[in-house]
Design a protein around this ligand. Structure first.
Ligand code: SF4
Ligand code: SF4
Length: 90
């Protein structure tokens, strides 16, 4: 039987946080080390990115997870942002 990864994806316009609930052992280390209290424990004990808007992409959760079960990605800036920034720099 094929076993699909049980991935939970949380995202907003700046951030994507993915939790692999097959690998996560609900140890709570990521929740404990997040300096912005982005992560909370859900009813199964898995981390849930309830306050994703507060994420500062410090990557501590990802780095501290002993099971590689949580991943944080900072979304790339849009083309408009890059063009605007260049316009300001010139
Ligand atoms: S990257 Fe940092 S701020 Fe964001 S959820 Fe992980 S520990 Fe918290
Ligand atoms: S540190 Fe890793 S294994 Fe522990 S609760 Fe967080 S995601 Fe799950």
């Amino acid at each position: 039987m094929d076993k699909k990864n049980n991935l939970k994806v949380y995202q907003n316009e700046k951030t994507v946080i993915t939790v692999n609930e097959d690998w996560c052992k609900s140890c709570g280390i990521c929740i404990h080390f997040c300096p912005k209290k982005v992560l909370v424990s859900n009813e199964k004990g898995f981390p849930e990115a309830k306050n994703i808007d507060d994420c500062i992409h410090c990557m501590l959760c990802e780095l501290r997870c002993p099971d590689f079960a949580i991943n944080v990605e900072k979304k790339e800036k849009t083309v408009e942002h890059i063009v605007n920034q260049k316009g300001l720099e010139d």
